[in-house]
Ligand binder design. Structure first.
Ligand SMILES: [Zn+2]
Ligand SMILES: [Zn+2]
Length: 225
């Protein structure tokens, strides 16, 4: 479960990745699709953390597979919810199209957002300093979270390992924006890549981001997307 010192992946392997950062503060990155709440709670307890200790859930974007677990966590913990300002409204209004809940054949419940995030904002989580990087393309308000000193990037659904990247053809998506976001990420020094789906990469995260960028740029140049 521990994918990096004091960072745990608490989600089921078939769900989106939910990470827990354990420091002076306890926070979650994303909340999962809602089917595995009890499993996540039991994993949290295995780490030695009580639900009442979770302070914040930071969302990488507004899609249902990353937010539906909120209904459970916000009810059972004192955690507050944070998301980029451009992805907040789909949550607060329970927008079935923008959250993609309709794709999952679900009706989303409105979720209260406590903290609106902006590009460049720093979130201090004890020993971790997370910088919000606005990376639109997969959704309007997609973000990545960058820990500069540790060279660590939570990449949501913007970039995945092995030259892959998030879809840009969903509501709120834009492929040119996605390519620009990948360009922005390729300038960072990343060793550890913690994506919203799939495996965690612990070395040479940069190379993965660069191959995603090259792949996306070639599709754009060839007019294939
Ligand atoms: Zn997504
Ligand atoms: Zn996803």
């Amino acid at each position: 479960m521990e994918v990096f010192p004091n960072i745990f992946r608490i989600s089921h392997q078939t769900d989106s990745n939910v990470y827990l950062i354990k420091s002076q503060k306890i926070i979650l990155i994303d909340a999962g699709g809602g089917q595995f709440n009890k499993l996540m709670l039991s994993n949290i307890k295995k780490i030695g953390i009580l639900p009442k200790d979770i302070e914040l859930i930071i969302h990488t974007h507004c899609h249902y597979d990353h937010i539906a677990g909120d209904i459970f966590f916000l009810k059972n913990t004192p955690a507050k919810a944070a998301i980029h300002e451009l992805d907040a409204e789909p949550l607060t209004k329970g927008n079935a199209i923008r959250t993609l809940a309709s794709l999952f054949l679900r009706t989303p419940e409105p979720i209260k957002v406590d903290l609106l995030l902006k590009d460049g904002q720093i979130i201090n989580v004890g020993d971790f300093e997370l910088e919000v990087i606005h990376t639109p393309g997969h959704s309007r308000g997609s973000i990545c979270l960058y820990e500069r000193e540790l060279k660590l990037l939570f990449s949501g659904d913007t970039v995945f390992p092995g030259g892959s990247f998030g879809r840009a053809d969903l509501p709120g998506g834009n492929f040119k924006d996605l390519v620009n976001s990948l360009l922005k990420l390729a300038k960072l020094n990343v060793m550890v890549l913690l994506p919203g789906h799939g495996s965690v990469i612990t070395e040479n995260g940069n190379n993965h981001i660069r191959s995603s960028l090259e792949m996306a740029q070639s599709l754009l140049e060839e007019g294939l997307i």
